[in-house]
Design a protein around this ligand. Structure first.
Ligand code: GDP
Ligand code: ZN
Length: 461
């Protein structure tokens, strides 16, 4: 266990969140410094671990009662940080918490914690591994319930569980190669090459599997980028409004009023969508409108999902055809809007390009078909395999780049083996892959990497 010589303190609850605030203190002096300002009928300094004590925080300089509090004592190593931890709960809100914190900090040998420092200590004391620590960052940031669940799963070490066997496979190769270098006989070399190919091949498959879930992880945190496209006046803004039940987009009868891309976050059956309402995509001479059209083109290119809106009260337009052909190989839901009006649209061309279960009849105005649209969107999402429970989602940019590099090293090792490159040279790539995977779970983490990661935390975590 790494003993920190100093004691840190911070407010652990988010500012303005509820009426209870927690001041967290961790380190060798946590209990003694609290005892100095805590008036209670209990013998606090000798109290058992994981017990809660009622009393008052008192300013020792004036002997004045500052706050009525509940104080929890958790002795190391059975605490979150692995050190002695005290949590002072006040119900007086932010100001009261600030007063108590100031008093704690005035006791000497206690300093304000840096962002993420509690979690960093937990990591250094072996209470959590690096992927768990990073999952705490995601917990703090995650916007939707599903993202929250993924972050929690990861914090239980699921990613570590998947990485460890991959590293083991690579380690076996390294051990094998060491033997081969000591006994360089021809048939041993043959066998070793075959062994490298199969073991590295399996590890590579595992890395690819994790990378494949990486894009899904990103989706869960940032929302599926969803572009609403279609000619002017077909009902795009109305649809955005219906889905978000807000009035942020301007709805009007004049074609081309949606000048810019308007964004809205919505959740459909627990799936976060980032909705983009685009200006009508068409050639135009109007300068302001053209800027909007440009932006909608790029929004369209970046989108994970496209809601293609048509007015079924009008025949198919050449602009519709142009869009249709652009969208043919994308994830598209076709929305035939305004079914409250007579049908003028021949849908046969659409039906040739898009599967019928992804063509939805709607009247946004009459609020018809929205349920069906939501069903289609969630079906598309879940058939992508995202619902599978035992999948580990890689949700972190740092993880992804390490996995990409490990993938490269493994690929290089396999290629070199196939090309008959001497094994002691191939071994460099293999070792590198092992180290890179180790970095994902924190085994090879240097101090600067740690600082980089933990600086992303909020204060008090
Ligand atoms: P956008 O240009 O594609 O964003 O279209 P808007 O959402 O601004 O809608 C254009 C016009 O169509 C507005 O007057 C809407 O009220 C109207 N509209 C939208 N949806 C429907 C619908 O389902 N039925 C009918 N009759 N009118 C609609
Ligand atoms: Zn609009």
């Amino acid at each position: 266990m790494v003993m920190s010589h100093d004691t840190i303190a911070a407010i652990a609850t988010a500012v303005g969140e509820g009426s209870i605030a927690i001041i967290r203190i961790s380190g060798p002096d946590a209990i003694a410094r609290t005892t100095a300002i805590f008036q209670t009928k209990d013998n606090f300094e000798a109290a058992n671990t994981h017990t809660v004590h009622y009393g008052h925080i008192v300013d020792p300089a004036t002997n004045e009662r500052v706050e009525e509090v509940l104080v929890t004592i958790m002795r190391g190593p059975r605490s979150f940080t692995g050190e002695d931890v005290v949590e002072i709960g006040t119900h007086g809100g932010v100001i009261a918490a600030q007063n108590v914190l100031q008093l704690v900090l005035r006791q000497g040998d206690v300093r304000l914690a840096e962002p993420g420092e509690f979690t960093k200590r937990a990591f250094l004391n072996g209470r959590i591994d690096l992927t768990q620590a990073e999952a705490v960052i995601d917990l703090i940031r995650s916007k939707s319930d599903r993202a929250f669940q993924v972050a929690r799963k990861q914090s239980e070490g699921a990613l570590t569980k998947q990485i460890k066997p991959l590293r083991q496979q690579i380690l076996e190769v390294i051990a094998h190669v060491e033997v081969n270098i000591d006994y360089p006989e021809h048939d041993v070399e043959e066998l070793t090459s075959a062994f490298i190919r199969t073991q590295c091949g399996m590890a590579l498959e595992g890395v690819n599997r994790l990378l494949k879930t990486a894009s899904e992880g990103k989706i869960l945190r940032e929302g599926i980028v969803t572009a609403i496209v279609g000619r002017p006046n077909v009902g795009k803004s109305s649809l955005l409004n219906a889905l978000s039940r807000s009035n942020k987009a301007i709805v009007t009868d004049i074609p081309g009023t949606t000048r810019d891309v308007i964004e809205e976050y919505v959740t459909i059956n627990g799936i976060p969508l980032r909705l983009l309402d685009t200006a009508g995509i068409r050639e135009t001479s109007d300068v302001v409108e053209r800027i909007g059209v440009e932006r909608s083109r790029s929004a369209l290119e970046d989108a994970d999902l496209i809601l293609f809106v048509l007015n079924q009260n009008e025949p198919l337009h050449d602009d519709d055809r142009e869009l249709m052909n652009k969208l043919a190989d994308r994830q598209v839901v076709v929305i035939l809007n305004k079914i409250d009006l007579p049908k003028q649209l021949d849908t046969s061309e659409l039906e040739r390009l898009f599967p019928s279960e992804r063509i939805v009849q709607m009247s946004v105005q009459e609020e018809q078909g929205i349920d069906r649209l939501e069903q289609v969107v969630s079906d598309m999402f879940f058939t992508g395999g995202i619902e599978t429970n035992d999948l580990t989602y890689v949700t972190n940019v740092r993880h992804i780049s390490l996995l990409e590099r490990a993938k490269q090293s493994l690929t290089d090792a396999i290629d070199a083996t196939n090309a008959g490159v001497p094994i002691d040279i191939t071994q460099i790539d293999i070792t590198q892959a092992w180290e890179l995977l180790g970095e994902v779970i924190g085994d090879a983490a240097g101090e600067s990497l740690l600082d980089q990661i933990f600086s992303q935390f909020c204060l008090g975590k």
